[in-house]
Design a protein around this ligand. Structure first.
Ligand code: NAP
Length: 281
């Protein structure tokens, strides 16, 4: 197929690498010329440019993935839609869906929202890697007006790069990912910021030396792309605040158990947590 990717960063670049390895022709559009050059040299795209007019294969394009930051998705679709045939399928990879879907579908009826549940702590084209989506969940958010043929094509493209497909409505997506993706980013960032509250410099330095696999695991998502975390909070504010307040209640309960020296109750809570964890893995 002839595929376009707009926003050649971690997700866009990684997708380009995988789609090209399956024989698709991929063009890329990004903000900076140096990113376009790097995307070509690492093999993420066949051609790239900073303006749609530079893309030689635009007329043959069948599918476009918008992989820009969340706050640029609608602006990007508004800018490209008038220049595309109505048959072109547009999708996105944004971490939040409700804020995008209605407007995007109005701008281009053959739009379907998407979100691959894959990432690393790094960003930009230099972070792009092969097989990023292998074995990872990917959500599409079709609705009653969605073109079924377009849905089938997107499903099979994501499956071809190894993703495990799910479908749900945008609100269900945003509430679900608030629990398992957006809340962990804030908790993990909070953990790092809390460690920085140690007032004794010698103790703080010793803690930094002793930090090992446990701290690496629990701090990983909090140490990721700050722009992404902040846009997620802005665009999924209600669901994220609900989950953060639930977390605050659980944390207050754990603090209370420790203050009250209720070790039996604490062990019970930790046993429940140990069992529940398996449901998410
Ligand atoms: P990223 O690594 O920062 O890449 C985004 C790239 O988009 C930037 O490198 C930038 O390239 C380009 N860009 C920015 N504004 C643009 C614009 N207006 N037009 C064209 N290109 C533009 O970010 P990412 O992690 O790939 O995230 C991209 C999208 O994927 C976001 O919507 C995010 O919510 C979603 N997502 C992220 C993850 C994750 O864990 N990172 C996971 C799933 C989904 P230049 O270098 O050219 O400026």
């Amino acid at each position: 197929m002839q595929i376009g990717i707009i926003g050649l960063g971690l997700i866009g670049g990684s997708l380009g690498l995988d789609l090209r390895s399956h024989g698709h022709y991929v063009w890329g559009l990004s903000r900076s010329q140096s990113t376009c050059e790097e995307a070509k040299s690492v093999g993420a795209v066949d051609e790239a440019g900073v303006n749609l007019t530079e893309i030689k294969s635009l007329d043959q394009t069948e599918v476009i993935f918008v992989c820009t930051p969340i706050d640029s998705i609608i602006k990007t679709i508004a800018a490209i839609a008038p220049q595309l045939k109505s048959s072109v399928i547009i999708t996105d990879v944004g971490s939040v869906k409700s804020a995008v879907i209605d407007q995007a579908q109005t701008l281009h009826p053959r739009f379907i929202g998407g979100h691959p549940m894959a990432g690393t702590a790094f960003s930009g084209i230099s972070a792009a890697q092969k097989n990023l989506f292998q074995g990872r969940p990917c959500v599409l958010t079709p609705n009653q007006t969605t073109d079924q043929e377009a849905l089938k094509i997107l499903r099979s493209l994501w499956q071809s790069v190894g993703a495990v497909m799910y479908e749900c409505d945008p609100e269900a997506h945003d509430r679900s990912v608030a629990w398992i993706s957006h809340l962990p980013i804030l908790i993990s960032a909070g953990l790092i910021l809390a460690c920085d509250q140690e007032s004794n410099q010698a103790i703080a330095q010793l803690a930094q030396h002793l930090a090992s696999s446990g701290f690496r695991d629990t701090s990983r998502v909090g140490g990721g792309n700050p722009q992404l975390g902040s846009l997620i909070a802005e665009y999924n504010q209600v669901a994220l605040l609900d989950s953060l307040k639930a977390y605050q209640r659980v944390l207050a309960d754990l603090i209370h158990q420790i203050e009250a020296k209720n070790w039996r109750s604490l062990e019970q809570s930790l046993t429940v947590a140990q069992q529940l964890r398996n449901l998410y893995l």
